[in-house]
Write a protein that binds this ligand. Structure first.
Ligand code: ADP
Ligand code: MG
Length: 151
C-alpha cells in the first residue's frame, strides 16, 4: 500500500494516530511533515514521541532546528522552517543514517538533503478541529506501515 489518507477530528485524535504509527517504526526511519502553520505537525510529532516512549515534553524546536530525545530509540525532531531561504546543511545525513527515528517539519525546505527512503506526510486543515493526514510511502517498509495503519 503506497499511500493512505486519514481524517482526525481533534488534537488528541491526531496524537493517537501518530502514537499508533510509532509502534511500526524501525531504527533509521525518516518521516517528513508538510503542512501550513497550525496544521498540526508539532502535535503529530508529540504523539509520535509518546509512542516511542519519550518522557520529556516535545516542543517546537524553532530556535535550535534539531532536538534530540531518548525513547525506545533515539528520536530526532527537526523544524527546518528557518532554512527556507538557505541551502545550509546542518549535518542532516548523520541523523538520517543513524539508528534513531527522525521527524522533519517543513521538510520541503531541505528537499535536496532528504533520504530516498522515507515516509512523506502532509497535514491539511479541513475545519477548526479536523485535519486530513496523507501518508505516502517511499520504501517497501513504509508501504507495510501504511498497510498496518489502514487496518
Ligand atoms: P504546526 O506544527 O503544523 O504549526 P501545531 O501542531 O503547532 O501545528 O498546532 C496545531 C494546532 O491546531 C494546535 O493548537 C492544536 O491543538 C490544533 N488542532 C485542532 N484540531 C487538531 C487536529 N485534528 N489535529 C491536530 N491539531 C489540531
Ligand atoms: Mg510546528
Amino acid at each position: 500500500m503506497e499511500s493512505l489518507e486519514y481524517v482526525t477530528h481533534s488534537t488528541e485524535d491526531t496524537m493517537q494516530f501518530a502514537e499508533k504509527l510509532a509502534g511500526f517504526l524501525e531504527p533509521g526511519d525518516v518521516l517528513t511533515l508538510e503542512g501550513d502553520l497550525g496544521a498540526g505537525k508539532t502535535t503529530f510529532t508529540k504523539g509520535l514521541a509518546k509512542g516511542l516512549g519519550v518522557k520529556r515534553t516535545v516542543n517546537s524546536p524553532t530556535f535550535t532546528i534539531i532536538k534530540e530525545y531518548m525513547g525506545r530509540l533515539p528520536f530526532y525532531h527537526m523544524d527546518v522552517y528557518r532554512l527556507e531561504d538557505s541551502d545550509e546543511d546542518l549535518g542532516f545525513e548523520e541523523f538520517f543514517n543513524g539508528e534513531g527515528i527522525t521527524v522533519v517539519e517543513w521538510s520541503q525546505f531541505i528537499y535536496d538533503y532528504l533520504p530516498e527512503q522515507r515516509l512523506e506526510l502532509t497535514i491539511e486543515s479541513m475545519s477548526e478541529a479536523s485535519r486530513k493526514i496523507s501518508l505516502y510511502a517511499h520504501s517497501p517498509h513504509f508501504e507495510q506501515v501504511c498497510k498496518e495503519m489502514s487496518q
